[in-house]
Design a protein around this ligand. Sequence first.
Ligand SMILES: [Zn+2]
Length: 220
Amino acid sequence: MSDTSEYETWISNFCSLYGHDYYVEVAPEFIEDEFNLTGLSSIVPFYREALDLILDFEPEANVKISDLPLIQHSAELLYGLIHSRYIITKQGLNAMSEKYQKGQFGQCPRYYCNGCKLLPTGRYDSPGMETVRLFCPNCFDLYLPNSSRYLNIDGAFFGTTFSGFFLKMFDLDKPNLKKQFELKIFGFKVNEVSNVGQRMKWLRSLPKTEEEFKEYEQID
Ligand SMILES: [Zn+2]
């Protein structure tokens, strides 16, 4: 325990740990509502004990000391999975937006994205598949966090839905993909068919006219 007399909850302690600054603090009321936890008891070992730990309830008398590290591990998994559900609620989106506005998730390394702020995202909703990635709302690409401290955070703790939801909720600046870097040789553009040409340039372009949208719809 810290030397201050103020009591620190498990949640605020967890979120303040080194490398945990992508997480927002989930409101205890959200966790106390069983409906929000549907299905998690079958994924998380020591579910009940982990839940008690997260909510700072006294552990049951029959908890074995030797199980404590496992329960702590389960609590982290459970918190992450609850977190991915919480950040798509109004309250959670607002909390994430505060972090986003401050640029706490970093900036897009792509030169022409002009320091666009990134959003943490997962490519899978099941834990253990892949660590967290950062999504750029300007170039729609994914990046790895630039510090290794984030490389053990599970992508499922942010999930596949959050970024899209966030962008829908907060009308961010429209993407600006007009500017793309083009190689030139002695001032001449390199032909697209050349080995160093931009043959896949269309991957970064967006449909603009209704006709182009229709064409885009037909792509599988
Ligand atoms: Zn970008």
